[in-house]
Design a protein around this ligand. Structure first.
Ligand SMILES: Nc1ncnc2c1ncn2[C@@H]1O[C@H](COP(=O)(O)OP(=O)(O)OP(=O)(O)O)[C@@H](O)[C@H]1O
Length: 330
């Protein structure tokens, strides 16, 4: 953030207030063009629903439109056309210049959304004042756990500590709609896992609607219930994560048996360790195919969201994806 708003924090240590129920959001036929006449809009007739009280994973390759979508929901910008509505289920409103919905929506981006040149505690005080459900105790505990020194300015912190500060702001806000846009990318693995654990624990106690955008799909996929995949501004799918996982099949077992049961199917990923192989196949198995695979000694499982994501968004779809492209997309 570059400019400080006119209002200043008053009581950063005040008690958390009860707030509204988790928000829902609806995006209908939304187009966002950053430049007039741009023939590759950042969002291209995007339509999706964010369910209330659910953690949704927002996935897409670089430049897919994730940050643009997050910015619309948080009312940082308006769509070129189409409608964005946010709020209590059944009472959705246009969030743009809407004090009520924006007060209850917290977006944290990779930059951390912090005042770079002020001490971190000033940014925390600002959010404590802004967010009615701010929990100062939770913020203090997480800052301690993630070893963020609030006496320092973000401009003097490492990227990871700045990200951690943003992650704490997102969690302690307890906003009915909380959006984490790649906020944890700068954090090291122990910090990221501490953040995921804190998110799951606090979400269980204080349900809210969470949108998590990340490239680290294997790390975060256990967290989300719904998935939205965007590709070049278009929504490829928006559905329950288990339904996404059921779009493919994973087979594990002796390599020759695995290959026999995979024959003729589209292989999304293949791994081999000695005589054991694991393949990820696109498409579902009929009951008799599944039974035959189990009978032959194979382990039949659901597909990691990551493999489907790579498949659905690979360069030159349909058809031409190579292993190198898949690696690049990971
Ligand atoms: N301020 C801007 N001005 C012009 N074009 C922009 C602007 N912000 C984003 N874009 C373009 O809009 C498209 C979508 O960008 P966006 O940042 O939403 O994608 P993203 O999925 O968040 O990408 P990443 O994972 O790389 O952060 C990209 O083509 C990007 O170049």
């Amino acid at each position: 953030m570059t400019a400080r708003p006119a209002s200043r924090p008053t009581d950063p240590t005040g008690p958390a207030l009860p707030g509204p129920e988790p928000f829902a959001a609806e995006v209908r036929d939304v187009v966002v063009r950053y430049a007039r006449g741009d023939d590759a809009p950042a969002l291209d007739h995007a339509t999706l629903t964010i369910r209330p009280g659910v953690i949704t994973g927002l996935l897409g390759r670089n430049g897919a439109g994730k940050t643009t979508l997050a910015a619309l929901l948080a009312a940082f910008r308006r769509p070129t056309s189409g409608s964005v509505r946010v709020g209590l289920p059944g009472e959705l409103e246009d969030p743009f210049e809407n004090v009520w919905t924006t007060t209850h929506t917290q977006l944290v981006r990779e930059s951390g959304d912090v005042w770079e040149s002020d001490k971190a505690r000033d940014t925390l005080a600002y959010y404590a004042d802004l967010r009615p459900r701010w929990d100062a105790d939770l913020a203090a505990r997480l800052l301690d756990e993630l070893e963020v020194d609030v006496r320092r300015k973000p401009s003097e912190m490492s990227r990871g500590k700045r990200s951690a500060l943003g992650a704490v702001i997102g969690l302690a806000s307890r906003a009915p709609l909380t959006i984490f846009d790649e906020v944890y990318l700068g954090m090291d693995a122990p910090s990221r896992y501490a953040f995921y654990d804190a998110l799951v624990a606090d979400y269980a106690e204080h349900p809210r609607t969470v949108l998590l955008s990340s490239h680290l799909i294997t790390e975060v996929e256990r967290l989300f219930e719904d998935v939205v995949i965007i590709d070049r501004g278009r929504v490829l799918l928006a559905e329950n994560a288990d339904d996404v996982r059921a779009r493919g099949v994973s087979l594990t077992g002796p390599a020759d048996v695995v290959e026999r049961h995979a024959a003729g199917r589209e292989v999304l990923a293949r791994q081999r360790l000695g005589g054991t192989a694991q393949v990820t196949l696109f498409g579902t198995f009929a009951d008799d195919e599944r039974a035959a695979a189990v009978e032959a000694g194979l382990e039949v499982g659901a597909v990691p969201v990551q493999d489907l994501f790579v498949h659905l968004t690979r360069t030159g779809r349909p058809g031409a994806g190579t292993d190198a492209e898949r690696e690049e997309a990971r």
